[in-house]
Design a protein around this ligand. Structure first.
Ligand SMILES: Cc1ncc(COP(=O)(O)O)c(C=O)c1O
Length: 401
C-alpha cells in the first residue's frame, strides 16, 4: 500500500438537503445529550503555539477522550439512536425523549428482553453497551478480527456479551444483521445500507452535537468560527454529521471541509475519484481501527460528495505522527492524548503545512496565516499498548512524502 498521502479535490454543489441538521433538530439532540448522566462538553484545546509554528491563525482540537468517560465520541450517536429506538417502542413522542421518562417503572415490561446488536472495532460497541446499560437493555457485540483485547474488555465491563470474530468489519456487520434477524435483536449500526437507514440516520444526527459544542465553545471564548474543518472517516457518518451541521449553522461562513481516511480503508477517497460509492475489500489492516471500514454509509456519501472540499487517503504513519505531536505539546499548549483514529487529522495538517510535495493541496485549500482550523480528536488512547509503542517507542515512523 502507498506510504504517501494522496488526495482528490472534490467539486461541491451545495444542493443536498440537510434538514436533519437544522437548528431545531440540533437543539433537540443536544438537549437529549445534556440530560444524560455525566454529560459535560468535551474540552476544546487551543493549540496556539502549534498554530504559530505552522503559519496558521488558530488550531483547535476537540478532545473526545473525555466524552462520558468512554474515551471516544461515538456515544453521542449511539445514545441518541438508542433513545429514539426505545421512545418508539414505548410509543413516546420526541418530546418525552429523556432517560428518566424512558426508564420509568411503568415501561419496564415493554422493554424486557430487548437486545441491541452492534458490530464494531470497539468504540461504537462500547458506546451502544453504555447506552443499553443506561436503559436496562441487553447488548451483543461482534468485533472484527484484529480488534484490540483492551477494547473487547472495555465493552464486556459494561455488561455486554462481546467477542472478536475471524472476519473484517463489513463482514461482521453482515453477520450481525443476519443473527439479529433470526434472534429478534435490534441492529444498532453506525452505517446505512439499502433498507437500513433510520438508525444510522439518528446516529449521524447524534454526532452533530460534537460540532455544535465546538462552535458554541469558540463563540464563548470570543474566537471566530473556523475557516477549515478536518474530519476523519470510516463509513463517513461522523464526517457527514460534522459537515452537515456546520454547513447549516455557519451558512455563508461555511468553512472548507477536508475528509481524512486510513489508506487501507479509503472508500470515500476512492468514491470521490470514481464519482460513485466504491467499496474497499480485504482485511483493511490499519492502526486506525475506528477508520477501518471499507464501505461508505449510504446516508453519509451523498452529503460528503455534495459538501466536502477534499478527500485524503493517509498511511498509518500520519496518524502516529499526529499522536506524538498532540501528546508532546510545546509553548504552553494543552496536551491531548489522542488515539490512532483521533490523531490522523492533526498529523495531516502538520504535513500539509510543512511538506513541499503537498503545497498544491495547501494552496487549493487556501490554508495560510488567516486560517483557523478545527479538528476532532475522536478518541483517546483506547489501545494503551499501541499508544505507548507509538508515542514512547516511535513505532510507525514517518516515511518519505
Ligand atoms: C475514534 C473514531 N474516529 C472516527 C471514526 C469514524 O466514524 P465513521 O465510521 O462514522 O466515519 C470512528 C468510527 O468508529 C472512531 O471509532
Amino acid at each position: 500500500m502507498s506510504q504517501a498521502v494522496e488526495y482528490v479535490i472534490n467539486r461541491t454543489s451545495g444542493s443536498v438537503a440537510l434538514d436533519v441538521f437544522s437548528d431545531a433538530e440540533a437543539a433537540r439532540v443536544r438537549a437529549y445529550h445534556m440530560a444524560l448522566p455525566g454529560y459535560a462538553p468535551t474540552p476544546l484545546a487551543a493549540l496556539d503555539d502549534l498554530a504559530g509554528r505552522l503559519g496558521l491563525a488558530a488550531v483547535h482540537v476537540k478532545d473526545e477522550s473525555f466524552r462520558f468517560g468512554l474515551n471516544a465520541f461515538k456515544v453521542l450517536g449511539a445514545s441518541y439512536a438508542v433513545g429514539r429506538i426505545v421512545a418508539e417502542r414505548l410509543g413516546l413522542g420526541q418530546a418525552a425523549l429523556s432517560l428518566s421518562a424512558m426508564t420509568a417503572p411503568a415501561h419496564r415490561e415493554k422493554l424486557a428482553g430487548l437486545v441491541l446488536a452492534p458490530a464494531t472495532d470497539g468504540n461504537h460497541g462500547r458506546a451502544v453497551a453504555w447506552a443499553a446499560r443506561q436503559l436496562g437493555l441487553g447488548c451483543v457485540v461482534h468485533m472484527p478480527k484484529g480488534s484490540a483485547p483492551a477494547r473487547l474488555e472495555a465493552i464486556r465491563a459494561l455488561g455486554a456479551k462481546a467477542d472478536i470474530l475471524e472476519m473484517n468489519y463489513d463482514e461482521a456487520v453482515r453477520l450481525t444483521a443476519a443473527e439479529a434477524a433470526k434472534e429478534g435483536w435490534i441492529v444498532v449500526q453506525d452505517t446505512a445500507w439499502d433498507g437500513y437507514e433510520t438508525i444510522p440516520g439518528w446516529i449521524m444526527q447524534g454526532y452533530a452535537t460534537m460540532a455544535e459544542e465546538a462552535c458554541l465553545q469558540l463563540e464563548a471564548a470570543g474566537r471566530a468560527a473556523p475557516t477549515h474543518v478536518f474530519v476523519q472517516a470510516g463509513v463517513g457518518s461522523l464526517a457527514a454529521g460534522v459537515v452537515g451541521r456546520m454547513s447549516v449553522r455557519l451558512k455563508d461562513r461555511r468553512p472548507r471541509f477536508l475528509v481524512a481516511e486510513a489508506g487501507a480503508a479509503d472508500c470515500l477517497y476512492r468514491s470521490a475519484l470514481a464519482g460513485r460509492p466504491v467499496t474497499v475489500e480485504g482485511d483493511l489492516t490499519t492502526i486506525m481501527a475506528g477508520l477501518a471500514c471499507g464501505e461508505p454509509s449510504k446516508l453519509a456519501w451523498p452529503i460528503l460528495k455534495d459538501r466536502a472540499d477534499v478527500f485524503v487517503s493517509c498511511p498509518d504513519w500520519v496518524a502516529a505522527r499526529g499522536m506524538r505531536i498532540l501528546g508532546n505539546p510545546r509553548g504552553g499548549d494543552p496536551r491531548v492524548v489522542s488515539g490512532e483514529s483521533g490523531a490522523i487529522t492533526l498529523g495531516l495538517l502538520t504535513l500539509i503545512m510543512e511538506t513541499p510535495s503537498l503545497a498544491a493541496l495547501r494552496d487549493s485549500l487556501d490554508l495560510g496565516p488567516q486560517s483557523r482550523v478545527l479538528l476532532f480528536s475522536t478518541e483517546g488512547a483506547t489501545d494503551p499498548k499501541r499508544y505507548r509503542d507509538i508515542v514512547w517507542d516511535g513505532a510507525y515512523a514517518r516515511a518519505a512524502q
